[in-house]
Design a protein around this ligand. Structure first.
Ligand SMILES: NC(=O)c1ccc[n+]([C@@H]2O[C@H](COP(=O)([O-])OP(=O)(O)OC[C@H]3O[C@@H](n4cnc5c(N)ncnc54)[C@H](O)[C@@H]3O)[C@@H](O)[C@H]2O)c1
Length: 260
């Protein structure tokens, strides 16, 4: 019996076996959780159904988080199969590709700003709003952030602003839901080569830089992020809320020159 036995956890953002959501799902399954998944559009449905099945789940629901109707329909469908939800993983981020390279002011636009904040930050609150009546009394919600929220990172541009908003969302959601015993946390993951990361110009350089300068002298894996996610979704972290935990091989703790 794992430490997530009896927990029902909804996981969004599963796209490939490199997705951070995949690492989280594997760790949650290992610890005994029952899982449900979402996919963004019909083109991707079969792929997610197949991965869900590998992970022991046949609950796969459509949910493009840019649509309030799709979020509401997903919550209603989930309510038909689960009496309560113990955990929600928000592993979703998006900004138009042209906004993720070059000079920040040249690349940013009102439209890119709105899309990035809508899909990458507001959607976490939107999911919580829709699922609130179904959340168990000690449910845990979790999202994925990145250091670009706290520091200017080359080419990350408007996504950094959206992640800063997402991290503030974690704190406000934790306050809003805390009286019900529901916890809300984020993981600020080190860079990992996923499909979303491929949209960021010069991403390989960032991976290399972390390898050279992080205290652990390497990058992190989706399995390592998954383990921390499983902990934050479990009762082992019952007093942790409103927190952004770095899972980044220590990169965010050092300044230039350390360890050289
Ligand atoms: N890869 C990294 O280096 C890294 C580091 C820190 C944080 N993150 C964050 O982790 C999360 C997961 O990304 P990933 O790196 O696993 O990449 P990924 O490409 O595997 O996952 C991104 C997911 O977002 C989903 N998505 C995009 N638009 C959506 C929409 N409108 N509705 C619903 N889903 C939508 C995609 O379908 C996909 O499943 C993102 O929030 C990302 O910003 C990634």
């Amino acid at each position: 019996m794992g430490f997530l036995a009896d927990k029902k956890i909804l996981i969004t953002g599963l796209l490939s076996n490199r997705s951070i959501a995949y690492g989280i799902a594997k760790a949650c399954k290992r610890e005994g959780a029952t899982l449900a998944f979402t996919y963004v559009n019909d083109k991707l449905k079969d792929r997610v159904v197949e991965m869900a099945s590998e992970l022991g789940s046949d609950i796969v629901l459509r949910c493009d988080v840019s649509s309030d109707e799709e979020i509401a329909a997903m919550a209603a469908d989930l309510g038909k199969v689960w009496d309560k939800v113990d955990g929600v993983v928000h592993s979703i981020g998006f900004a138009p590709r042209e906004a993720l390279s070059g000079d920040y002011l040249d690349s940013v636009s009102r439209e890119a700003f709105q899309i990035a904040h809508d899909i990458s930050s507001y959607s976490f609150a939107a999911l919580a709003k829709a699922l609130r009546p179904q959340l168990a009394d000690n449910a845990a919600l979790l999202t994925l952030s990145y250091l670009g929220a706290e520091r200017a990172v080359v080419n990350y541009n408007v996504m950094g602003l959206a992640k800063a908003s997402l991290e503030a969302n974690v704190r406000y959601m934790a306050s809003a839901l805390g009286a019900q015993g529901i916890r809300v946390n984020g993981i600020s993951a080190g860079p990992i080569k996923t499909l979303a990361a491929a949209g960021i110009a010069g991403f390989s350089k960032i991976l290399h830089h972390v390898e050279e300068s992080a205290p652990l002298k390497r990058n992190v894996t989706i399995e390592e992020v998954g383990n921390v996610a499983a902990f934050l979704l479990s009762d082992l972290s019952s007093a942790v809320t409103g927190e952004i935990m770095h899972v980044d091989a220590g990169y965010s703790t050092v300044a230039a020159g350390m360890g050289e």
